[in-house]
Design a protein around this ligand. Structure first.
Ligand code: TXA
Ligand code: MG
Length: 347
């Protein structure tokens, strides 16, 4: 399949929206930017489009998709009931990087939800995503636009690398602002349960609706112990994820110095080292990539997937990543970092 590259700065937003609508109406797929990561979209109420999404991604079809909407009123057609707590979270965080799980209506086909009776919904705040979603009479099902198992796409070039030739079009827009997937919370449980950490933290949510639970499968201890303490409630969290092709480990230490020494002792010329700009002169051997400055956790988050992909492109055999928790990054970054490393931590 020939994949069209759509450049919003060339064709303009209204022409772009028109083209996207034609593609979705025809049941075809299109990758679009969101503030979290790029999404691979298709008509969320069409079983045929859902099947195409699983095929293009190479994703197991028991892994449900998130429905994206542009207006609050779009929710009533897909969510069977919406609690007061959910309304409060929407007031606080929509549009934005929060996905909520509801009981689904009959409009949502089982192909979209991996056979579940629940549906995940999010309203993204990215300007382009919003313009497209607002113009559509149906929600858009969109997983992250990476091939299954690879790091999510935070730039159009990542999507081109993974999906060119497999889908109708890719919107060639700016890099994603946040760079990590949305926070997911299951609103069908009481108290609601956090299923995937993201930029909106547990604490942010608890300020709005009071205490919530956390799915044990996403706790750091669970990822590190390699023990599946529980089957994750977000089916996607059970798969090996965000993974670069090279073997990877996170390296910690009592102090930054100790951590650097440890990485130096493990590295040779073929090793990839993931660090911060302040440590520019600390590594003599290996391919060294920088996530950003220590005191800018959002920059570190935004660049994580891009750097993992860059290591792949350079063909390094092993990657040692500094323990970013030393720099105060949030739970979401540590979750992705440790999962990328398959739960391997050296300290
Ligand atoms: O930021 C994001 O959420 C991005 C952008 C494109 O919006 N999308 C995204 O989709 O990360 P995906 O498919 O890569 O991850 C969705 C996760 C999966 O782990 C899936 O298992 C879970 O959400 N999920 C979807 N529907 C669910 C449901 N009904 N119950 C539990 N988990 C669900
Ligand atoms: Mg994904």
């Amino acid at each position: 399949m020939k994949t069209k590259l759509l450049d919003p700065s060339k064709i303009g937003l209204s022409e772009l929206v028109k083209t996207c609508k034609e593609i979705f109406d025809a049941g075809e797929l299109l990758a679009f930017p969101t503030e979290t990561v790029y999404g691979l979209g298709g008509n969320g109420l069409s079983p045929v489009s859902a099947k195409k999404i699983y095929e293009a991604k190479g994703r197991p079809s028991d892994n449900p998709l998130i429905l994206h909407i542009g207006k609050r009123e779009d929710l009533s057609g897909i969510a069977a009931s919406v609690s007061e707590k959910a309304e409060k979270l929407m007031d606080a965080f929509w549009p934005g990087p929060l996905t909520m799980i509801f009981e689904k209506t009959e409009n949502v086909p089982p192909e979209t939800t991996g056979g579940l009776s629940t549906v995940a919904v999010r309203m993204p705040k990215d300007k382009i995503a919003m313009a497209i979603l607002k113009a559509l009479p149906y929600p858009i099902a969109a997983p992250s636009a990476n091939r299954s198992g690879r790091p999510s796409c935070t730039k159009a070039e990542h999507v081109i690398e993974d999906l060119r030739g497999r889908i109708a079009a890719i919107i060639d827009a700016d890099p994603s602002e946040i760079g990590l997937e949305s926070t997911i919370i299951d609103m069908t449980a009481e108290p609601p349960v956090l299923l995937r950490p993201g930029q909106i933290s547990k604490n942010d949510i608890e300020k709005i609706i009071g205490a919530i639970d956390v799915d044990p499968a996403i706790l750091r201890s669970s990822i590190l112990s390699h023990r599946q303490v529980a089957v994750p409630k977000a089916p996607g969290m059970k798969y090996r994820h965000y993974a670069p092709k090279a073997e990877m480990a996170v390296v910690g230490g009592e102090t930054e110095r100790e951590m650097i020494e440890k990485i130096r002792s493990l590295s040779d010329g073929e090793t990839g080292i993931l660090t911060v700009s302040e440590h520019r002169d600390d590594y003599r051997e290996g391919v060294v990539l920088f996530l950003g400055k220590k005191d800018d956790p959002s920059e570190l988050a935004k660049n994580l997937f891009d750097r993992l992909r860059a290591f792949d492109a350079m063909g390094v055999k092993k990657i040692y990543a500094e323990d970013l928790s030393l720099y105060g990054v949030g739970e979401a970054v540590m979750n992705r970092l440790l999962k990328s490393a398959g739960g391997i931590m050296i300290s």
